[in-house]
Design a protein around this ligand. Structure first.
Ligand SMILES: [Zn+2]
Ligand SMILES: [Zn+2]
Length: 441
């Protein structure tokens, strides 16, 4: 009995000393905790290291393959842009090239002239054609023909109104009711426009210039102005850039023109224009004045209308980009005060400028370099968001957008809106309707 008790005691002591001591138990849990923490840390460091390795591998191999140096990031188009404003009549237009640069170029020319050194001239500034621009000129002229025809066809489908007292044009079912007419008698009409049926010339604003057989030859004087024909400036630019129209010939030089400073020293002598009997048909397809929509058959079906609209819009873009390309090389001058345009190295001396301070200039135009918008005006009109809706109102004009007349005409006929015109057309602005409109007004 005693021995058995002793055994039990021994057992208790042994068990208590070795494993069942509360201290040893606590120390055992700490060990496992630290071990677990270590394992966790190791795992984390392994995962982090793996991620770093993966990222470095991505940056070196995979991404370098994806990002080619040729990829260009397109600038996102702004959501809305300001509407075009009219330049005030009592101010000269700004110079397209900064006046400082014009002065610097003039000084450099003068220095060369003083030393008796010829001015280095490259085609077309030396009277020779630029061969690479001849096909561009033909493309512009063909697109211009298509554009005039397309606009004439679409006039049967989309109504166009022009104000009889001011240059305002409206494309849409009903003329707008925006009171901004500044034509004669506008006070009596409370500045409402007097709408009448529009023509091709109301969509494509005609800009004319004198046709010159030799743009480097004799300058046109006021007295000799009737010896020269007036043709669309765009057509004259194409002729000078290499297009052959038999009725309107142009002098093609084989020897370049030479200049010292502003003085011509060799232009191959003066050559008179060959006398050609001009019939009215030569410009029948190229002049907006001679194109009447009545003489052109309208598109037969709805799908035809959409096709004509798409083609016309494409032709418009072709003409615009082509004219811009030609004008980078060929000189076109415009008057800083009025819409007169002259294609050639220097303006003419016809005294017909009636714009701001014309008395100071003896009626002569103030020539400066022309911009594309002056040779091929965009002619902005209000954009009609809801075709067939209520007419546009003056009180809501700040919600409306604008677009070039051709673009608006084609869009209303079913063409897709080109992305570059969207910011000015303000398609995303909700126009107030009903009660809201009266509150806004
Ligand atoms: Zn008007
Ligand atoms: Zn002028």
């Amino acid at each position: 009995m005693w021995s058995s008790n002793m055994n039990i005691l021994h057992l208790q002591s042994s068990s208590s000393s070795s494993s069942f001591h509360p201290k040893s138990f606590r120390s055992g849990t700490q060990d496992t905790q630290t071990r677990l923490l270590r394992i966790q840390n190791k795992a984390c460091s392994f995962i982090l290291g793996d991620l770093r390795n993966f990222r470095s591998q991505l940056s070196t191999s995979t991404l370098s393959g994806l990002r080619s140096p040729r990829v260009r990031r397109r600038k996102p188009l702004p959501q809305n842009v300001d509407l075009p404003t009219q330049w005030p009549k009592n101010k000269k237009k700004p110079y397209p090239i900064p006046f400082k640069k014009i002065k610097e170029a003039g000084r450099a020319d003068k220095k060369l002239a003083e030393k008796g050194i010829e001015k280095p001239l490259e085609p077309p500034k030396n009277g020779l054609l630029v061969p690479s621009l001849v096909p561009v000129a033909y493309k512009v002229l063909n697109a211009w023909k298509l554009l005039i025809k397309g606009v004439a066809k679409l006039l049967h489908v989309v109504p166009v109104y022009a104000c009889s007292d001011c240059p305002e044009v409206h494309v849409g079912q009903a003329g707008n009711q925006i009171q901004d007419c500044n034509g004669t008698g506008n006070v009596l009409r409370r500045s409402f426009h007097t709408w009448m049926k529009g023509s091709v010339s109301d969509i494509l604003v005609p800009i004319e210039s004198y046709h010159m057989y030799d743009p480097f030859g004799r300058r046109i004087k006021h007295e000799t102005r009737f010896n020269y024909d007036r043709i669309p400036a765009l057509v004259e630019l194409c002729i000078q850039a290499g297009v052959e129209i038999p009725e309107y010939p142009s002098r093609r030089r084989s020897k370049p023109v030479r200049m010292i400073g502003r003085k011509m020293i060799d232009l191959g002598g003066f050559v008179d224009e060959p006398k050609i009997c001009r019939s009215g048909d030569a410009l029948a397809e190229l002049d907006t004045y001679r194109c009447y929509s009545e003489g052109i058959t309208p598109p037969a079906s709805a799908s035809d209308v959409r096709q004509v609209a798409e083609d016309t819009l494409e032709a418009y873009e072709d003409v615009r980009s082509g004219v811009a390309t030609l004008m980078k090389k060929y000189t076109v001058k415009s008057c800083g005060y009025c819409p007169e345009v002259h294609v050639g190295p220097c303006g003419h001396n016809v005294k017909l400028c009636g714009a701001f301070k014309h008395q100071w200039r003896d009626g002569k135009h103030g020539w400066q370099d022309a911009t594309v918008d002056e040779v091929f005006p965009p002619n902005y009109v209000w954009h009609v968001k809801e075709v067939g809706g209520s007419p546009l109102r003056g009180s809501l004009r700040r919600f409306y957008g604008k677009a070039p007349a051709v673009v608006e005409l084609c869009v209303q006929a079913g063409a897709k809106i080109p992305a570059k015109y969207k910011p000015m057309m303000r398609r995303d602005i909700v126009i107030p309707d009903g009660e809201e409109a009266s509150l806004v007004a």
